[in-house]
Design a protein around this ligand. Structure first.
Ligand SMILES: NC(=O)c1ccc[n+]([C@@H]2O[C@H](COP(=O)([O-])OP(=O)(O)OC[C@H]3O[C@@H](n4cnc5c(N)ncnc54)[C@H](O)[C@@H]3O)[C@@H](O)[C@H]2O)c1
Length: 334
């Protein structure tokens, strides 16, 4: 059978897409694209023999290409996804899917018009060995009923928002850029039915820099079954890059801390705790893409189906709206 062909747009984290795709049986890398000539030359030199271009549309419009992976800056995702779907391509896009509810609705409509096509997004923490271990513990009932979750994205890389594209594009959101991973973990752990959110943000840590948006957002989430959650996207923190997660259940509490993962199973002071010691983060950034490609060949839904991506993004849109307006916002699922 002729191999399917894919093109990769954006060669920062997109190089991880190349690495995942190179070794994939049944697939051929047909195009690498970056509008920075230096980046294109640098990454192409590491992956010789693959046609390279600065023009993303030429990749998307190429009739011989079956799958486009999009790792361009956030503000380009919506137009590139729409164009790719309209040209009959499967799409694997970096997070965030897009930058507004309206954009997400467009993408939903385009997918409905092309039901054969698959779409997923790189919500990679679902592949973290540590968080997969937690999910298995939850599914096995070890935590009992979940009633409260806290997930803080401590970005720890101030320079990445005060310099470079995150400071330059027309709109950047730390909720869509990082908080999305935390919302997605909470959706995955709980089965995800958030009905309402309240959020506040500030931009004190980046005062006096080129970054123009809130760098720290805190949100309270209400789930339909009465459970609560707290999401933090803290991009200015003095802290290493880290996902600080607590999951409170009626039988046990999981915590991911700098010192390691632990399951607290006893209320008594000093009682032993169980280690949750699968590697953290324990995943490669291209892992979900590999599975996505295998799924296309096998006619299988992706590990993170489009619907799950829309649901996570819908909660993020509500958080962004609440932080902007200063009022609770009902989640409208796209
Ligand atoms: N899933 C994850 O954990 C994860 C991690 C990092 C970045 N990302 C996402 O990946 C995307 C890229 O981020 P990055 O950190 O790799 O940025 P980056 O600047 O390091 O790399 C992006 C590259 O894409 C190129 N580019 C941007 N827009 C383009 C376009 N329209 N056409 C052609 N080339 C284009 C840039 O020149 C740059 O070389 C962002 O959406 C980001 O949120 C996701």
């Amino acid at each position: 059978m002729k191999p399917l062909r894919l093109g990769v747009i954006g060669l920062g984290v997109g190089e991880q897409h190349i690495l995942a795709a190179r070794a994939r049986p049944g697939w051929e890398l047909a195009a690498l694209c970056d509008f920075s000539p230096e980046k294109l030359a640098e990454v192409s030199a590491r992956h010789p023999g693959i046609p390279a271009t600065a023009d993303a549309d030429s990749v998307i419009d190429d009739p011989s290409i079956d799958l486009v992976t999009i790792a361009s800056w956030d503000n380009f995702h919506h137009a590139q996804i729409l164009r790719a779907l309209e040209k009959g391509k499967h799409v694997f896009v970096e997070k965030p899917l897009c930058l507004s509810r309206e954009e997400a609705k467009d993408i939903r409509s385009a997918l409905r018009a092309h039901p054969r096509l698959r779409l997923s997004s790189n919500l990679i923490l679902r592949r973290s060995l540590r968080f997969m271990q937690v999910k298995a513990l939850i599914d096995a009932g070890r935590l009992g009923d979940l009633y409260h979750l806290e997930a803080d994205y401590n970005y720890g890389r101030l320079g990445k928002i005060t310099e470079g594209w995150r400071a330059e594009i027309p709109f950047y959101s730390v909720i869509y850029g990082g908080g999305v991973h935390m919302v997605d973990l909470m959706m995955w752990f709980t089965g995800g039915d958030v009905t309402e959110v309240t959020a506040y943000g500030n931009r004190l840590a980046t005062r006096g820099t080129a970054f123009r948006f809130d760098d720290c957002v805190t949100s309270i989430l209400r789930f339909r079954n009465g459970a609560t959650g707290k999401m933090g996207a803290n991009f200015g923190c003095v802290y290493p890059h880290f996902h600080q997660v607590s999951v409170y259940g009626t039988k046990a509490t999981f915590q991911n801390t700098l010192e390691g993962g632990k399951l607290v199973v006893d209320r008594a002071p000093g009682a032993p705790v169980e280690a949750v010691d699968a590697p953290y983060p324990g995943c490669q950034k291209g892992e979900l893409l590999g599975g996505f490609m295998d799924g296309i060949l096998a006619g299988r839904e992706p590990e993170i189906p489009a619907d799950a991506v829309f649901r996570t993004m819908s909660v993020c849109f509500a958080i962004e709206e609440s932080a902007r307006k200063g009022i609770p916002v009902t989640v409208e699922y796209v």
